[in-house]
Design a protein around this ligand. Structure first.
Ligand SMILES: C[S@@+](CC[C@H](N)C(=O)[O-])C[C@H]1O[C@@H](n2cnc3c(N)ncnc32)[C@H](O)[C@@H]1O
Length: 299
């Protein structure tokens, strides 16, 4: 895929997200993953009174500055992981919460962030706050069995053991410095399938581990239960099965809120996926799955 020299993020399933979240005047929404602000803008343009946005990434927070000028008090940006949103939000102070999980195109396309196996950059992959290791620390210092486990659990890479073995052998000659060194090694081991780079799953596994992504999502979903009022809406966009499974399982569990038994009811019977025209104009969105829920009292 050709890389745009000036990265931008095209919001995925944005029209559908707005339909399901149904932002209304007088109501306040939380955008847990500001990124380039595409969702925030759409929610505000639909007439919502206010959006409170979160992002762990410094660059996203800088991008939000122009939103402060454009929307004034209708917009508030918080530099924090969404797993800590309860530190900033009072229960029932919002009418809906949206999460667009994963990384933004800004993060992938800026080679120096180290997320891309198509461009050369330092092995970093930290999204921002809450990331413990760099990718370089993982591939150059972790034990073989731990690397294999990360690639298997978070990347669902069937060749995880073979790749981990090759990483250990290669680093004993020269430590990995760049994304291209790692991608080239994997391409030697894993055969390529059409439209799918052999390094995809390894890079996904490292990124999810480094940024604690699944734990972040689990915490954020639990906090949403506590924070949303009854009747509040939760909308999620997931990009791979690991994320989507967490949302699906979470939405089936009953929880208590103000001594009432609550559960989520799905707004859309089936998950919403991008249309062919959307996939053609933005191939990165092809695996996206949108789910929407309303918090309701069961007893
Ligand atoms: C797919 S992008 C969101 C794009 C956004 N919906 C838009 O329209 O521009 C995901 C964003 O979520 C942020 N993010 C990922 N995990 C996060 C977390 N645990 N806490 C806060 N922000 C997170 C990333 O830094 C990234 O900017």
């Amino acid at each position: 895929m050709a890389i745009d020299p000036t990265p931008t993020h095209i919001p995925v399933l944005c029209k559908e997200m707005v339909e399901i979240l149904d932002p209304l005047p007088g109501k306040v929404y939380v955008d847990g993953t500001f990124g380039g602000g595409g969702y925030t803008r759409a929610i505000l343009n639909k007439g919502a009174t206010k959006v409170i946005a979160f992002d762990r990434d410094d660059d996203a927070v800088k991008r939000a500055e122009s939103f402060n000028q454009e929307f004034g008090e209708r917009f508030e940006m918080i530099h924090s992981c969404f797993s800590e949103m309860d530190k900033y939000l009072k229960p029932e102070s919002m009418d809906g919460i949206v999460f667009d999980f994963g990384i933004s195109s800004y993060q992938v396309d800026e080679a120096h962030r180290g997320f891309s196996f198509r461009q050369n950059g330092p092995l970093d992959m930290r999204m921002g706050l809450g990331a413990t290791y760099t990718a370089s620390e993982v591939v150059n210092t972790f034990k073989e069995k731990d690397i294999a486990e990360i690639l298997y659990v978070y990347g669902e890479e069937p060749r995880s053991r073979q790749i981990a073995r090759a990483i250990i052998e290669a680093r004993s000659i020269k430590p990995f410095e760049t994304t291209q060194e790692l991608a080239l090694l994997i391409r030697k081991i894993v055969s390529s399938q059409e439209g799918f780079d052999p390094a995809t799953l390894t890079f996904q596994g490292l990124r999810i581990f480094i940024n604690n992504e699944l734990i972040e999502i689990e915490r954020a979903l639990k906090l949403s239960n506590q924070l949303l009022p009854i009747g509040g809406r939760l909308v999620t966009v997931a990009f791979h099965a690991l994320e989507d499974r967490l949302v699906k399982n979470h939405s089936r569990v009953a929880f208590s809120h103000q001594e009432k038994l609550c559960m989520y009811t799905a707004i859309n019977r089936k998950t919403i996926t991008p249309s062919l025209p959307e996939i053609r104009s933005n191939p990165r969105c092809r695996s996206a799955k949108l789910r929407g829920f309303i918090k309701e009292v069961r007893r």
